[in-house]
Design a protein around this ligand. Structure first.
Ligand SMILES: [Zn+2]
Length: 251
């Protein structure tokens, strides 16, 4: 089992919905989450964020993970990374914005370093969370350069690309290798991930690359694909009946 977490950016819209705001380094040198409760009080915890929860779990159950491996964090760039606003903004080119951006870039570095030390690694989820099945080559190039500039420069080289929306480029990269795929491969990406509810992977024979699907344990599959995920967990056991809006389910 290999974990990958998409959009570990702590987007603005999520903060008011009870998500943590960012990852920070605690006095103990470990990764903690930082946020504000509805009354505005600071909450620093290791029980409220998927990353710190897995960190704690592996600490308590070292046999769960070979050599302490955790998972891949798949990052966009348009609202920064890991809760730090390291992104440029086409509508705000003021010196104050740029100064803050540079401060945020410095502040996130120790968090990246500690995550890497503790079994985490990184992949691209494109800068703008763009749908690669709809964007042409020029727009993909602009997006990729921005990602490499603003995110790649912080997290280091990666060969992993996680398609936003699971959308494959060039029509369908399972059946063909088009200009967008070739371009992305030329930028160092070698493993290209879509999403699906079955395990799937294929070594492309015409170019050095692998394409693979990831199962997505999200709200949709929790509600409507219980059967497919029973080998990992039973949705009935983990579903939060009290706090989740009732969108229905298939079980
Ligand atoms: Zn995403």
């Amino acid at each position: 089992m290999v974990f990958s977490y998409d959009d570990v950016n702590y987007y603005e819209y999520m903060l008011e919905n009870g998500f943590t705001y960012k990852l920070v380094i605690g006095d103990d040198g470990d990764v903690w989450s930082y946020g504000l409760d509805p009354k505005g009080n600071e909450v620093i915890s290791q029980d409220l964020d998927a990353i710190t929860i897995l960190d704690k779990f592996v600490k308590e159950h070292p046999d769960f993970s070979l050599n302490g491996a955790k998972g891949c964090l798949c990052l966009t760039g348009y609202e920064g990374i890991l809760g730090y606003r390291t992104n440029t903004d086409a509508n705000n080119k003021t010196a104050a914005f740029e100064e803050n951006r540079q401060r945020e870039r410095e502040a996130v570095k120790p968090v990246i370093e500690r995550l890497k030390e503790t079994g985490w690694y990184f992949g691209s989820h494109t800068w703008g969370h763009i749908n690669l099945s709809k964007h042409g080559l020029e727009s993909v190039k602009t997006d990729t350069e921005k990602w490499l500039d603003e995110v790649g420069s912080l997290i280091g080289e990666t060969t992993l690309l996680f398609y936003p929306h699971g959308a494959r480029p060039d029509g369908d990269d399972v059946t063909q290798t088009g200009p967008v795929f070739k371009y992305l491969q030329s930028k160092g990406f070698r493993v290209f991930f879509s999403v699906g509810i079955e395990s799937y992977s294929k070594v492309k024979s015409d170019i050095s690359a692998v394409i693979a699907d990831r199962l997505h344990p999200d709200g949709t599959t929790l509600r409507y694909s219980r059967e497919k995920y029973l080998k990992f967990y039973d949705a009935k056991d983990v579903y939060d009946y009290e706090w989740r809006p009732n969108y229905g389910n298939s079980w």
